[in-house]
Write a protein that binds this ligand. Structure first.
Ligand code: SF4
Ligand code: SF4
Length: 442
């Protein structure tokens, strides 16, 4: 099969579905009796549990230590007793070792990870060490450990920081509300990160043009910093993907196999920036995040500030439960999210939303033959040929899938969304990526 078209259309336009929650203030979520802390909430090596069944733990006490350079510590977000260390279901299927803590509701706090109030005096090493100590990862869904990402080699000469506020996934409004309600904390987080780069010239805050309230709040909070530009971008999907955002804001292109640092750019999600502030200035490890719980079957959709480790069923109860039998519950949004088969799956560090689809919305059409319309090529933001990778995977030709650049897929879901033949392109490409990774790991 031959295709001669490449991506040039500027993304897809799935129904935004933001109206359920975009004007709803963040509300503190309930804290249930049993909390679940998976040891692998990040990209890289799983953390190693350092507590035993029967141990008493405090709020902010480490329960699993990073398992390598690319890894992240895991902390208890409540005080109480470790009642089990066992496999528990995770979003997207399968199980992962998890530390289970029975909440004593005393909220006894552990010592801060650094002395609060001294972030402006920190050396670069101290900032990175503190971010590592806090267990911060990319909280927009990427979950790459932030301490690794924020410390590229010196020769990268970072001159630009991009704060990624382009929340393009349907239903999700958590970043919107974080930027609007915790503006100062987000900006202080960026101020701390900007201390790391002596060559820094520009800080771009990229937000979509449908967030006028946020633009105003950010401009007010950054009026004294001449390096900052609050830049509005056309609302489209996937505007928030790293390569798109860098191209839109700086004109620089990250080539396949390159990282943003190769074009002198560091990107940070807004919730990660806030977490940096909490770690370096307040001495708090990553214990909470804001999520949107949304969709037609949710009786009272909301933005909730949730302690990490809270099972999804608890946040759904906070939203008054289901008004109808749901078709699908997703960790994340409908484009990139993963189906959740068990509502005991906990809210993890990178989970931006719990999106619930009706039975009709979740209906999967029977795939038909490819009609070679090339729409999947047009909408791929990283210029892949999704159908060819998908077909290679179906044939079991993993080498071909690799040669076609499957590992460059950012899993945005555009190709599956647009395909008139309803071919499960993203599922197949995810399968190809898993097979390539397994092959590489021997
Ligand atoms: S899911 Fe991957 S292959 Fe499909 S459009 Fe997005 S980046 Fe391209
Ligand atoms: S969008 Fe679907 S039908 Fe069109 S070329 Fe791609 S896989 Fe084939």
């Amino acid at each position: 099969m031959e295709f001669s078209f490449m991506y040039k259309e500027g993304g897809a336009h799935p129904d935004e579905q933001k109206g359920f929650t975009d004007s709803k203030p963040i509300v503190e979520a309930s804290v249930p009796k049993i909390m679940v802390y998976p040891i692998a909430m990040h990209i890289g090596a799983p953390a190693d549990p350092i507590v035993e069944v029967g141990d008493q733990v405090k709020v902010g006490q480490m329960v699993a230590k990073e398992g390598g350079f690319v890894s992240a510590h895991v902390y208890s977000s409540v005080s109480g007793e470790v009642v089990a260390i066992e496999k528990r279901p995770q979003a997207g299927g399968g199980e992962v070792d998890s530390v289970i803590v029975k909440n004593d509701y005393a909220y006894t706090r552990a010592e801060p990870i650094v002395k609060p109030g001294h972030s402006s005096e920190m050396t670069n090493k101290k900032i990175i060490d503190t971010i590592r100590k806090a267990g911060i990862v990319g909280m927009g869904g990427a979950t790459f450990p932030a301490a690794v990402k924020l410390a590229p080699p010196e020769e990268a000469k970072i001159d630009t920081i991009i704060l990624n506020g382009a929340e393009c996934e349907p239903y999700s409004t958590s970043d919107h509300r974080v930027m609007f309600e915790y503006t100062d904390e987000v900006i202080k987080g960026i101020d701390i990160v900007s201390q790391l780069y002596p060559d820094l010239k520009n800080i771009y805050i990229g937000i979509e043009d449908n967030k006028k309230d946020v633009k105003k709040a950010l401009e007010k909070a950054t009026a004294d910093n001449k390096k900052v530009t609050v830049q509005t971008l056309k609302a489209m999907y996937p505007q928030g993907s790293e390569k798109n955002l860098i191209k839109s804001l700086t004109g620089r292109e990250v080539q396949p196999g390159e990282l943003p640092a190769d074009v002198h750019v560091i990107l940070l999600n807004v919730s990660s920036a806030r977490a940096v502030y909490h770690a370096c200035e307040l001495g708090e490890p990553l214990l909470e995040r804001v999520i949107s719980v949304s969709g037609t079957p949710i009786r009272n959709p909301q933005n909730l500030k949730v302690r990490i480790g809270t099972p999804i069923e608890s946040v759904i109860d906070d939203c008054e439960g289901f008004s109808e039998i749901p078709g699908k519950v997703l960790s994340g949004g409908p484009m990139m999210g993963r189906a959740v088969g068990d509502l005991s799956v906990p809210i993890s560090k990178g989970m931006t939303a719990v999106s619930v689809l009706t039975r009709q919305e979740a209906q999967i059409d029977e795939p038909e033959d490819c009609i070679m319309c090339a729409e999947c090529l047009h909408v791929c933001p990283v210029s892949l040929q999704p159908i060819l990778i998908s077909e290679a995977f179906e044939r079991g030709d993993i080498e071909k899938a690799e040669k076609l650049g499957a590992m460059d897929c950012i899993e945005c879901g555009n190709c599956s969304f647009i395909c008139p033949s309803k071919i499960p392109l993203l599922d197949n490409i995810r399968g190809a990526k898993a097979a390539i990774q397994a092959k590489q790991e021997g």
